[in-house]
Design a protein around this ligand. Structure first.
Ligand code: CA
Length: 234
């Protein structure tokens, strides 16, 4: 990377803020920090950071409201940093426009991986020509979207129409968690009953077909109570 990617940290706890800032600087990112929502709203348009790391519990506003406001004028990648471990706030954050979330306490490598994924997705969207993807490859999984072809280890996998749609949806957003509601709306339409049962059944069938060990998947991961995430492509 020739120019350093700029990351804005919006976090009011100095220890966490400094830990993240030190980690990112050491990994060749340019870092801007602030500790209120108001400052963040001013800094995003003036500095155009590549990624925003957003704490949900800010002194002057709820991070979710900040998220919704910022989403009205920019698609900039936002990763929510939350100590709220409950599934509901993760889902709310994702459905309010967050690209990803990371729960405190988190490790350095997890943080860096999430940032890399967010930057990659955004670059892809901006350059346009590789998005949507024509093909997808992660480890031994290969998908050709135009030919409706999925294979694992060189062997063709036969998926139903719905299963193929599900795998495609996850693969096009590989590395990102997609919430149950988002997936159901995309596959079964906006008026579908938000019932996870049909989704779970389909996912179980997909896993039987794709994974060596469906209980310990290597391609499609469950984010319990939140949704599913496809392994990032190579
Ligand atoms: Ca906080």
């Amino acid at each position: 990377m020739s120019t350093k990617a700029c990351i804005l940290i919006v976090e009011d706890e100095p220890i966490i803020c400094n830990f993240i800032a030190t980690t990112l600087s050491a990994n060749n990112y340019k870092v801007i920090q602030c500790n209120t929502g108001k400052e963040a709203i001013a800094l995003i348009p003036s500095h155009c950071p590549e990624v925003v790391l957003l704490d949900l519990g800010l002194p002057d506003m709820d991070g979710l409201n900040l998220l919704k406001e910022v989403r009205q004028w920019t698609g900039i990648p936002i990763i929510v940093i939350s100590e709220r471990d409950d599934e509901k706030s993760k889902v709310l954050a994702l459905d309010s426009g967050a690209d990803d979330y990371i729960t405190k306490p988190f490790g350095t490598s997890e943080l860096l991986a999430r940032i890399r994924t967010a930057i990659r997705h955004n670059t892809r969207l901006e350059t346009g020509h590789t998005f949507p993807l024509n093909t997808f490859k992660a480890k031994d999984l290969f998908i050709d979207f135009n030919k409706h072809m999925v294979n694992v280890n060189g062997e063709d996998v036969h998926l139903t129409q719905i299963e193929f749609k599900l795998v495609s949806l996850l693969a096009q957003s590989a590395g990102k968690v997609l919430t149950y509601d988002y997936i159901i709306t995309k596959i079964w339409g906006p008026f579908a009953v938000k019932d996870n049962q049909i989704l779970r059944v389909n996912m179980a069938n997909i896993r039987r077909k794709l994974e060596k060990n469906p209980v310990d998947p290597e391609y499609i991961f469950t984010e319990i109570g939140v949704g599913y995430r496809m392994l990032e492509d190579d």
